[in-house]
Design a protein around this ligand. Structure first.
Ligand code: CP3
Length: 344
């Protein structure tokens, strides 16, 4: 049986709109916080059993159509020689950031089957237990977003370091993007081989670029990743935040699905695609902090705008906020289902 999310990626008929939520496993769930009391994020990712357990937590509570494997986009940087930590209240911190061409040259190639095997094992064991009509999603960071973390080293408001590295060190920036596209492509291919049904590429920070810079410096590298995934049978999803000005370019990178945030109404975003791919989105995650009626109306608005057009995957426009009450997810998923029941 083909998971309904995979069918929607291909714009085929589905028995119901597939729904999942970015960061559906995470701190808003008490059972996740319980695991985090005794294990760091990197501890969880280094242990196949804990990874599977945390991945499955949201599926035990909610009627979701996909499990996204629990990992982080920054995980593959560790075997490349990067000293990565997640600091509470600060987010990811890299203690040896990329600041020179020699730092780029020192990044080591690695085989994900050797160095990231717990994630791959967890994909296989999660695939074995989730319902046949639900999908297991593998993911990776896109070259530009990984380069941003590597060069900035920590939180940034303006991406000044990565943008100036791009202009001051063009050859080293190109070498870095070339290494990172190989990493993303190889990591996603390994996840497909382990049993992932669909693959999502997160280019979270692409929206901070203007269209000319995106097209000249980034597009070809993300397209390389999607091209390299054609040999897998998995459909692909391309995600960026705050990028309505890039929609047409993002859709030219060659994914099956574009995942859009809430900044444009979903029908307007879809009409801007340069190629006719499927769409994922696009509820504002802060809606889940509101009243039951507010959630119901906002979800219904997304569904009404889609109006049954083939190729819609219901999701948020960005990840779940840690302060989200879990019950809000039940309300949102129920609203998707009741819209469908009312329009069937
Ligand atoms: O349920 C899921 O979606 C799967 C797990 C997942 C995580 N990170 C676990 C995580 C996924 C898909 C990611 C992707 C990721 N990581 C992205 C792209 C998606 C996005 O949100 O734009 C990015 C940019 C990162 C980098 C990252 N990791 C940041 C900025 C942070 C700090 C966030 C914060 O609010 O503290 C992390 C840490 C992280 N990765 C957490 C989780 C659940 C935070 C919780 C914890 O410390 O346990």
């Amino acid at each position: 049986m083909t998971p309904r999310l995979v069918r929607a990626c291909r714009k085929e008929d589905v028995d119901r709109t597939p729904a999942w939520l970015m960061r559906q496993a995470g701190r808003y769930l008490p059972e996740y916080r319980k695991v985090r009391e005794t294990h760091s994020l990197l501890d969880i990712c280094a242990d196949a059993e804990l990874t599977s357990q945390v991945t499955l937590q949201p599926l035990e509570r909610f009627d979701l159509d996909a499990a996204i494997i629990f990992a982080d986009i920054l995980l593959p940087l560790v075997p490349m020689g990067i000293d990565l930590d997640f600091v509470p209240g600060r987010g990811p911190v890299i203690r040896n950031p990329i600041r020179s061409p020699s730092d780029v040259a020192a990044l080591a190639p690695f085989d994900p089957r050797d160095h990231l095997s717990p994630t791959l094992e967890a994909i296989s064991s999660v695939r074995a237990v989730v319902a046949k009509d639900a999908a297991v999603i593998g993911f990776a960071g896109a070259p530009f977003t990984l380069a941003s973390y590597l060069i900035e080293g920590g939180p940034t408001k303006n991406f000044g370091r990565v943008k100036s590295f791009m202009s001051n060190e063009p050859a080293a920036f190109l070498a870095l993007m070339t290494k990172l596209r190989e990493v993303a492509g190889g990591w996603l291919t390994a996840q497909a081989e382990a049993g992932a049904d669909a693959l999502q590429l997160f280019d979270t920070w692409a929206g901070w670029l203007n269209p000319v810079t995106y097209e000249q410096q980034v597009l070809a590298h993300s397209r390389f990743v999607f091209d390299s995934l054609k040999e897998t049978s998995c459909p692909t999803v391309h995600f960026a935040v705050g990028a309505p000005h890039l929609i047409e370019l993002l859709s030219r990178a060659g994914s099956d699905v574009l995942s859009v945030d809430w900044r444009l109404p979903i029908d307007e975003a879809w009409n801007r695609f340069g190629v006719d791919c499927a769409i994922q989105g696009n509820l504002d995650p802060t809606v889940l902090l509101g009243s039951e009626q507010h959630i119901f109306e906002a979800v219904t608005d997304v569904m009404r705008r889609v109006n049954g057009r083939p190729g819609h995957i219901f999701n948020l426009g960005h990840g779940m906020l840690p302060e989200t009450p879990p019950h809000a997810v039940t309300i949102a998923i129920d609203a998707v289902r009741s819209y469908e029941a009312a329009t069937a």
